[in-house]
Design a protein around this ligand. Sequence first.
Ligand SMILES: Nc1ncnc2c1ncn2[C@@H]1O[C@H](COP(=O)(O)OP(=O)(O)O)[C@@H](O)[C@H]1O
Ligand SMILES: [Mg+2]
Length: 236
Amino acid sequence: MEDLIASYENVKNRELIVDAVNKDQRLLFVTHTLTESMERQLDFVIAVILKRYGHEHLQSTLYSCLKEIVVNATKANAKEAYFREQNLDISNEDDYRRGMADLKGAMTEEWIEEYGTRARDMGLDVTVRYYHNGDGMRIEVFSTQMKAAEDRRIREKLSQGMQYDDLVAFYMANADQTEGEGIGLVMILLLLKAEHINPHLFRIGVVDGQTLSRLEVPFNGQFVSVRGADPAGYRR
Ligand SMILES: Nc1ncnc2c1ncn2[C@@H]1O[C@H](COP(=O)(O)OP(=O)(O)O)[C@@H](O)[C@H]1O
Ligand SMILES: [Mg+2]
């Protein structure tokens, strides 16, 4: 299978996308900030894939999840660019703490756009890959390798998300601690549960020196996760 390399130049070519999906091609996008046109594009690709296999009802869930994943990925790359620019070693815990303290409250949309552009200039990409067939689809988003502190936050958020069934219950139980903290990852798990998609099919890990955020979506009982038949099992 050939990848369709849809980068900024041809990202607006909708015919090309429809054609690629119908020819069973994987799709690959590269981005640095989540611009409005990129948002529409991510939405469109999901729509084309879901339509092909008759699962249009998953549109808003998958789009909300993907948008959150891509925003997190662009933020991670922007942070990496900022740390490099400040000559801080993001993998050193003291430097990480110092850099994050400076950034506190500074990470507005404009900031992410500014540092997303610098990330691009440094060669830091966010890549989004779509795989699909009649049994299900898989979306993979790669970004700069997560740091120990981020890994901890991710594990904590995902385990919190596993414990709740709706956002209100989560919020009520965590209102104090979550002040000023993200609920994006928790939201993803809750949205998946609401569609009866096993939340273990959403994973974040490190692959080949990059952070991989992966979402698998079964369309039928034949679907086999890349993690094997039992994604919630004990194997890592
Ligand atoms: N792709 C990623 N790379 C590095 N860290 C990430 C990534 N995605 C999520 N994280 C970490 O997980 C935390 C929680 O994410 P989330 O629940 O979306 O909240 P928020 O984005 O508002 O911080 C982030 O603050 C970040 O530390
Ligand atoms: Mg987030």
